[in-house]
Design a protein around this ligand. Structure first.
Ligand SMILES: *Cc1c(COP(=O)(O)O)cnc(C)c1O
Length: 413
């Protein structure tokens, strides 16, 4: 008899996006006229095409594979050396962070890495996760058995939730009780918040004092405009001894469909064996990759490398300027509608308090029915997201401007 992984049965039905789709579908069926004007600001996916430098590099790589002289088979298991060298230099050393190319592991995206990392971490670990949060961190822990049963508000037993509220600027302080693994994501999805150097320093100090590990998701690093905000956890002294960083080409280069990201696993990061010996994690992570994978498609890695060329950089910059231009338009429109608004300055997400005590889903319905705009209910990201909604700036300029116009009619209601 074969047994399944019972942990999967603890997962709450992927409720958020299917429920959004259901409500939108019903609305559109009942209101075919309004459906024609529907604008989606719900999904956290890019909308603009890939930078031309990336396309050219990928074409070139495919051509290389077509002739014997330049053909390539299996590559380095950690990813293309030239790509890792550029990442180490331009994303890290140029920012004063000491990092070697063999501390970088290229992957098919940071969503995958967030799950894979659990392969090399012990089951005894006490996990801390922010609330609201990118659902992947919670669900991957549930899948491997790090969580108990779920309560009415959707929280799992055994996980420490770190509330992110307006009062703490959506950046939690370290908890009073010790935890072993901490997930942090800044700039944040869904709140758009960023963590200051001082706040990240307190987390690094907490992690070092507790021998904990911070799993830092920096997928939106390229959206930071404030010069004082750290782009990497490794800008904080001591982080090399207590952190892993996830990065992605999805939101800077527009690789959500192409798939490429990377993990930074410092060689100086250690964890304990069950019998309390202290060992580095890097060899385990390397073993994990060389055993379970063969890195990432060659043309994709060449495409990622093109992000570091001069044209690539300029083209990525203009993509981000485009999305952040949308974010400004949307944020200002929400302010004019006299709603309480957060984010949208160093991140492509605008996090808005629902007016007059509406729940997130009530606000969702109202935005859908009255403005024909699809947003994401904050409660879908965790119980502390209740009473908020997220507007994504990933859209065309035309759509962002139209949503801004429609938001003005909300003020009158
Ligand atoms: C979009 C996103 C990512 C990137 O995921 P990929 O798998 O690289 O596409 C990672 N973390 C967060 C919080 C995100 O929103």
């Amino acid at each position: 008899m074969a047994f399944l992984n019972d942990n999967y049965l603890k997962l709450q039905a992927g409720y958020l996006f299917p429920e959004i789709a259901r409500r939108v579908r019903e609305f559109c069926e009942a209101n075919p006229e309004a459906a024609r004007h529907l604008i989606r600001c719900g999904i956290g996916d890019v909308t603009e095409p890939l930078p031309p430098a990336v396309i050219a590099a990928m074409h070139h790589a495919v051509d290389e594979l077509s002739v014997r002289e330049t053909f390539r088979g299996y590559g380095h298991e950690q990813g293309l050396e030239s790509l890792r060298e550029k990442i180490a230099q331009e994303d890290y050393r140029d920012r004063g962070v000491d990092l070697a190319p063999d501390e970088i592991f290229i992957s098919e995206g940071s969503k995958s890495d967030c799950g894979y990392i659990l392969d090399v971490l012990g089951e005894q670990n006490k996990i801390a996760i922010t609330d609201p949060v990118y659902p992947v961190y919670v669900d991957t822990n549930v899948m491997v058995g790090h969580a108990g049963d779920v309560n009415e508000s959707g929280r799992y037993k055994g996980i420490t939730y770190l509330p992110c509220r307006a009062e703490n600027g959506f950046v939690p302080e370290p908890p009073a009780e010790p935890v072993d693994i901490i997930y942090l994501c800044f700039p944040n999805n869904p709140t758009g918040a960023v963590a200051s150097r001082a706040q990240l320093t307190r987390w690094v100090e907490f992690a070092r004092a507790n021998e904990a590990i911070i799993l830092f998701d920096a997928a939106y690093e390229a959206y930071i405009s404030d010069p004082d905000v750290p782009h990497s956890i490794f800008e904080i002294p001591g982080a090399r001894e207590c952190a892993v960083e996830f990065r992605s080409f999805s939101k800077n280069g527009g690789f959500t469909g192409v798939r490429c990201g990377f993990t930074v696993m410092p060689k100086s990061l250690h964890a304990r064996t069950a019998d309390r010996r202290k060992l580095p994690l890097h060899p385990l992570w390397h073993r994990r990759w060389s055993t379970k994978a063969n890195s990432v498609s060659y043309p994709v890695q060449r495409g990622a490398e093109a992000v570091y060329t001069e044209e690539g950089r300029e083209q990525v910059r203009s993509l981000i300027d485009h999305y952040m231009g949308n974010a400004r338009i949307l944020r200002e429109a929400v302010e004019r509608a006299r709603l309480e608004v957060y984010g949208g300055v160093n991140a492509p997400y605008i996090w808005v308090k629902t007016p007059s005590g509406l729940t997130s889903w009530q606000m969702f319905d109202r935005m859908l029915q009255e403005l024909n705009v699809v947003i994401t209910p904050g409660s879908g990201f965790g119980s502390c997201g209740e009473g908020f909604f997220r507007i994504s700036a990933f859209n065309s300029r035309e759509n962002a401007e139209e949503v801004a116009r429609r938001l003005q009619t909300l003020a009158a209601l």
